[in-house]
Write a protein that binds this ligand. Structure first.
Ligand SMILES: Nc1nc2c(ncn2[C@@H]2O[C@H](COP(=O)(O)OP(=O)(O)OP(=O)(O)O)[C@@H](O)[C@H]2O)c(=O)[nH]1
Length: 386
């Protein structure tokens, strides 16, 4: 299922809503990030090329502003990772946007060998002139937390190990679903003659995230720890985005010809667990579990479609939108089969709903709008994004 996100969110609308504004600015900059930022700056000076990994769902918001000037002065490739979770049409526009700014950019899936091979081809091309004269080259991988740097490094290892079988045993980088897994800079040799080293680095954010909406996007995509923002606030933000863009209206087909609505009770179905949807190496969910997870996702989408299509308020009015979101929390509780009496029902609804987004089960999304260029609007100035 591919969804088109046609509508642009009115600037400042979400940042002004009570869930966004009242809980204050979003910042996550623990001590290890300050130290890591200094270390990254030092290593960047020595690097021959930097792969800046950004999240394909937030190509702009996942840029570390404080490192931009240093990185843009180097040979750089922007890798928009997790392309499997991003809307492909909008992603194409983003890569074209970067290319039109003379910035090498490639959309990748760090878990896909063919995708990482294409990135490595681009790395080789960018290093072509130095490969001939330097005995040792350094490629640095940099990005905000949880963007997939370690997953990418691991894939690079596997490919390199196959190409250069004589090299020493390679250690895997630790990959994890939670941000902040990598805490030191580790180097790995991926080629010899010339020797090419790839440096992994810890995910770092800026000490002060410029605005609340950027913070919410980073949190929704998993780059800011959930506990820093609160799952409920992140889920409210995601619902606001969905409603303003009218995304649930694309789920109309789930209601047509189906008698059961989101209000119908499904008490006799076996229970299932959203944890089954996370990437697992060993245990795959069995087909019956997948069937019921699929039912639940349809139920969630149906609920959101019905509440939005029957809503007679204005989704561009803050108060109206907040009422709609409240209503949707109630229907989601039922769709996600969270018992009414659960004392922490809202938190459970939020967690499960966020898991659906993060695993791509609600479809591919891109949260950042592609900046308008002169070609789109001849009278407007070009917007610089790097
Ligand atoms: N769907 C999808 N998931 C990915 C992709 N790349 C990485 N992930 C997942 O994203 C999560 C974070 O990946 P990591 O490689 O640990 O991220 P990191 O940037 O090294 O994280 P830090 O150590 O916090 O800096 C893991 O659950 C990965 O499996 C991708 O291309 N697609």
């Amino acid at each position: 299922m591919v969804m088109m996100l046609k509508k642009t969110v009115k600037k400042g609308l979400i940042g002004g809503m009570s869930f966004a504004k009242d809980a204050g600015k979003i910042n996550w900059f623990p001590g290890h990030m300050a130290a890591a930022t200094r270390a990254i700056r030092n290593r960047l000076k020595l690097s021959d090329l930097v792969i800046e990994v950004r999240d394909a769902r937030i190509p702009l918001s996942s840029a570390n502003e404080d490192l931009q000037s240093q990185m843009s002065a180097k040979r750089r490739i922007i890798a928009l990772n997790k392309k499997d979770l991003a809307n492909p049409n909008v992603l194409n526009k983003w890569t074209r946007h970067f290319e039109s700014s003379k910035q090498d950019c490639i959309a990748i899936n760090a878990h896909s060998r063919s995708s990482v091979m294409k990135l490595l081809d681009l790395v080789e091309l960018k290093l072509k002139e130095v490969i001939a004269r330097e005995p040792t080259l350094l490629v640095m991988v940099v990005g905000v937390p949880n963007v997939g740097k370690s997953a990418l490094i691991n894939s690079i290892h596997q490919i390199a190990a196959a190409r250069f079988p004589v090299q020493e045993r390679l250690k895997r980088a630790t990959v994890g679903p939670l941000p902040g897994v990598t805490q030191d800079i580790a180097g790995f040799k991926i080629a010899h003659r010339p020797s090419i080293y790839v440096l992994d680095s810890p995910g770092v954010l800026v000490p002060s995230i410029p605005d609340i909406e950027t913070g919410l996007k980073l949190a929704l995509s998993g780059s800011v720890k959930d506990s820093v923002v609160g799952e409920e606030r992140i889920a409210q933000y995601f619902l606001a985005i969905l409603n303003i863009r009218g995304t649930p209206l694309h789920w109309k087909y789930l209601v047509e010809g189906i008698n059961e609505g989101p209000h119908a009770d499904c008490i006799d179905k076996p229970s299932y667990n959203l944890k089954d949807l996370r990437h697992q190496r060993t245990k795959q969910p069995d087909s019956s579990a997948l069937h019921y997870v699929g039912d639940m996702i349809s139920e969630v989408q149906r609920s959101l479609y019905i509440t939005l299509s029957e809503f007679d308020g204005d989704t561009e009015d803050e108060n109206d939108l907040e009422c709609l979101i409240e209503q949707q929390f109630e229907v989601l509780q039922k769709a996600l089969k969270i018992p009414h009496k659960a004392s922490e029902a809202r938190l459970m609804v939020s967690k499960k709903f966020l898991t659906l987004f993060r695993t791509g089960r609600l479809g591919p999304f891109i949260l950042d709008d592609v900046p308008e260029t002169e070609t789109d609007h001849p009278n407007s100035k070009r917007v610089v994004v790097l």
